[in-house]
Design a protein around this ligand. Structure first.
Ligand SMILES: Cc1ncc(COP(=O)(O)O)c(C=O)c1O
Length: 369
């Protein structure tokens, strides 16, 4: 390992988390959600590792086409759907399935006429998130018109949960109730659950579940840790100590002099910063694991480095490994400290970080992203 940050991607953990999702899904089919470059883990890497998923869900056509070009032949669902005739043709040609959530998309499909192949449509109903989707009372009419459209192959129903991460909030139950009250005979299959729905709301399971964050080993809930949910961290972000300073009492550390040393103390400087995707808003006190100790961040996060209070590890040396999150330090903890969510931190790890695949025995594929 050099002195630059690395993200170690644990393939066995990824597959473990999919198995856990499958177990919770209890026979339902699983769309593994791998948009946003597989939540920052590398979309192709994740797709290849999770080849046992029943299908992959991405946000945009480009992501889906990239998967097809890489030879991924599983069902692929485009969660935001298509916006032009050309996109619809490309989607049909590549055998993709598309969400239809807006009247404009409906008109587009009606106007497009013959497609290279009939398209499998997931009609999105707004059950309470008020982001994408048609009103529930529009469903029968729209479903009927789609059934009469020769460009439509399968016709399915989907919706998305807004608050399932917060078990105390009854809104998700109301969303489930509305979803489950719709006439399913109009549709070939239905899908509602995200990770939190899958693990916490049996009424949301329907025919297909759509787990994302849990596959990467972060808890989808506000009140439980990944470990408590039986999930294993997939990404371990690590780097090394590149300098050790011995500061005097009263000296200020880093930009803005935001941290003042309360006493004479060792300060370790670690090669990771917001230029790599470590959150700039992580405040002093946020933990970094060095030599098995949780050393608190001291002062502001810079573009390429952070400083930590090494009083509990006076023997710290240049070259020591530092773990920013992953096994032993939950990404959710750092996210909470930084006032954000694990999703954002994982998606934010960028190309400057070297990605390394940790394969289990007998496994060898898995390209770098
Ligand atoms: C439509 C849709 N379904 C499923 C998911 C997966 O959600 P989660 O990562 O919370 O499991 C997402 C993620 O944002 C989504 O937008």
């Amino acid at each position: 390992m050099g002195y630059a940050p690395q993200a170690i991607i644990d393939h066995a953990a990824l597959r473990h988390n999919l198995r856990l999702a499958r177990h919770a899904a209890n026979g339902r089919k699983v769309w593994a959600v791998i948009k946003a470059d597989g939540y920052g883990h590398g979309m192709l890497r994740v797709a290849r590792c999770l080849r046992d998923a029943d299908g992959f869900a991405v946000a945009r056509l480009d992501e889906a086409l990239q998967l097809r070009q890489a030879g991924i032949d599983r069902p692929i669902l485009i969660l935001a759907g298509c916006y032009t005739h050309q996109e619809l043709n490309q989607a049909a040609d590549a055998g993709l399935q598309v969400v239809l959530h807006h009247r404009q998309q409906l008109t587009l499909l009606q106007e497009t006429g013959v497609l290279p192949r009939p398209l499998s449509i997931w009609l999105k109903v707004d059950t309470g998130m008020h982001r994408l989707g048609f009103d529930s009372d529009e469903m029968p009419g729209i479903a009927q018109s789609l059934r009469n459209n020769p460009a439509v192959g399968g016709l399915n129903l989907m919706s998305h949960l807004a608050t399932a991460d917060d078990r105390a909030d009854p809104a998700a139950l109301r969303q489930c109730a509305l979803f489950n009250s719709l006439d399913r005979s109009l549709f070939d299959a239905c899908s509602l659950a995200n990770s939190a729905g899958l693990l916490g709301l049996p009424d949301s399971l329907a025919d297909w579940v759509r787990p994302g964050i849990m596959l990467y080993g972060a808890s989808p809930f506000l009140d439980t840790t990944a470990e408590e949910e039986g999930l294993r961290a997939v990404m371990t972000l690590r780097s090394r100590v590149i300098a050790v300073k011995h500061c005097r009492a009263g000296e200020h550390i880093g930009y803005g002099g935001a941290y003042v040393c309360p006493e004479a103390m060792p300060v370790a400087v670690i090669a990771i910063g917001y230029g790599d995707g470590y959150p700039r808003h992580a405040p002093s006190g946020s933990p970094v694991l060095v030599g098995g100790r949780r050393l608190p961040l001291a002062g502001r996060v810079s573009m390429d480095m952070i400083s930590v209070d090494a009083r509990s590890l006076p023997q710290v040396q240049v070259g020591d490994e530092a773990l920013l999150w992953g096994k032993g330090l939950a990404v959710e903890e750092i996210a909470m400290r930084a006032g954000t969510i694990a999703y954002e931190l994982l998606c934010g790890v960028n190309q400057r970080v070297e990605f390394i695949d940790l394969f289990s025995e007998g496994e060898s594929d898995g390209p770098r992203r």
